[in-house]
Design a protein around this ligand. Structure first.
Ligand code: AMP
Ligand code: MG
Length: 393
């Protein structure tokens, strides 16, 4: 099968997205979920003309005169009296402006006279109240489908009483590790073994993307064992991630196992560094990724292909945050046949620096990295001072 570009791989993956449906949940638990309905306001906001300072509500025309205090209006109490000539009502922040008043003078700008009246001593007049409906009108749509819910959106839902919210169901994402050399992280590896880095990394990436991870364990390099796990994962999930076993080694069974499980492979080589053996296929029940075994490659290909797919399945067009900054130093590579995805960090003085990186098994390099910079095929050099686009990871 031919090697394709990372752009083409992205297109194929995104073209295979299907919807996982919707569900209604409490708004308090909706952070990180994708909205699947309009949220409209059931009220004007603010719901009444609302004092924005503590002070005295009065008529602008009267502020040159001493004003009689006719009422005190705490927040939460509706004014009983209307303010007329030479009068004012003591008012607290958040309380409703009384009829007749057209401004609130700040308490700091007044003197209380022995007569019990107040006198304005400020120099210029501000209204100091928010007009009913100036933020949002009743019926206005304030949140739209496809939005990734953040705490500030939960604040909006709270304000408009939208306590049950329709969100996209989280795709179920299976994680399977492949390799007879792997032991789980709580074990001490034998002399020919290594710890399973990828499964927990991928489970955390799945969770960060707002999906539900289901870990299926390690499949040894045995065709039957791998087939059994993969077939079960396909029947129980929307997306299946298998890491390892996709290279050209004698025990790399994953592509043949996928085909036997009924997966139609759409690509199995991507012209990208790291991540060349990335494999992708579709099944009537799920889509399946064969991710590289090297942890850095698995991480980066998840970010490039799986994370956008998870969001797309939930109806969200994800735009990874990118920051344009100059390179701290010249960066070169020897071979430029493939697109390179280079882990970088942002220095305290605002430059982009490459992390020390020994290859795609060097997982601690990613802990240093703030993002990745794309170097297109054919490009061998990024000059010192050249502006690059850092994609946050
Ligand atoms: P493979 O694609 O199976 O040939 O794996 C490529 C490299 O990644 C080998 O060095 C594997 O030992 C390593 N590898 C595979 N799976 C994992 C994993 N889950 N955690 C850490 N390293 C892995
Ligand atoms: Mg292997």
């Amino acid at each position: 099968m031919e090697m394709i570009t990372i752009e083409k791989a992205f297109e194929i993956v995104m073209g295979s997205a299907f919807s996982t449906g919707t569900e209604n949940i409490s708004f308090t638990g909706s952070a990180g979920r994708i909205l699947a309905e309009n949220v409209a306001s059931d009220i004007d906001m603010p719901p009444f003309n609302k004092a924005s300072v503590d002070g005295f509500a009065c008529r602008k025309a009267d502020i040159g005169s001493d004003l009689e205090i006719i009422e005190t209006i705490p927040a939460g109490k509706w004014p009983e009296k209307s303010v007329s000539g030479m009068q004012c009502s003591r008012i607290m922040t958040g309380a409703a402006l009384p009829a007749g008043a057209d401004c609130v003078i700040m308490v700091e700008d007044t003197d209380l006279l022995s007569s019990g009246k107040i006198r304005y001593k400020g120099s210029f007049i501000k209204e100091n109240f928010a007009v009913r409906g100036e933020d949002v009108k009743k019926g206005d749509i304030i949140l739209k489908p496809g939005k990734l819910v953040r705490p500030q959106d939960i604040a909006v839902m709270a304000t408009v009483g939208h306590t049950i919210v329709k969100v996209a169901k989280m795709p179920d994402v299976a994680v399977i590790s492949s390799g007879s050399e792997l032991v789980e992280p709580d074990r001490v590896p034998g002399i020919s073994q290594i710890r399973n880095t990828n499964a927990s990394q991928l489970m955390a990436q799945v969770a960060r993307a707002g999906a539900a991870g289901n870990y299926y364990g390690i499949a040894g390099d045995d065709e039957e064992e791998t087939f059994t796990l993969v077939a079960r994962a396909i029947s129980e999930n929307d997306i299946v991630l298998v890491t390892g076993g996709v290279s050209m080694g004698d025990f790399d069974f994953v592509p043949s196992v996928l085909e036997r499980a009924g997966v139609k492979i759409l690509f199995s080589r991507v012209s990208v560094q790291p991540g060349k053996p990335t494999t992708f296929g579709i099944h009537s029940k799920a889509v399946v990724f064969g991710l590289p075994g090297n942890p850095v490659s698995a991480f980066i290909q998840f970010e490039m292909l799986v994370r956008p797919l998870i969001y797309r399945m939930m109806g969200h067009i994800w735009k990874p945050l990118t920051i344009q900054l100059p390179m701290k130093a010249r960066f070169t590579r020897r071979f430029a046949e493939r697109t390179a995805l280079v882990p970088v960090f942002i220095t305290d003085d605002g430059f982009v620096s490459t992390v020390e990186y020994h290859g795609s098994a060097h997982i601690s390099s990613l802990s240093e990295a703030d993002g990745i910079v794309t170097m297109p095929a054919g490009i061998k050099i990024i000059e010192k001072g050249e502006t690059v686009s850092v994609r946050q990871i």
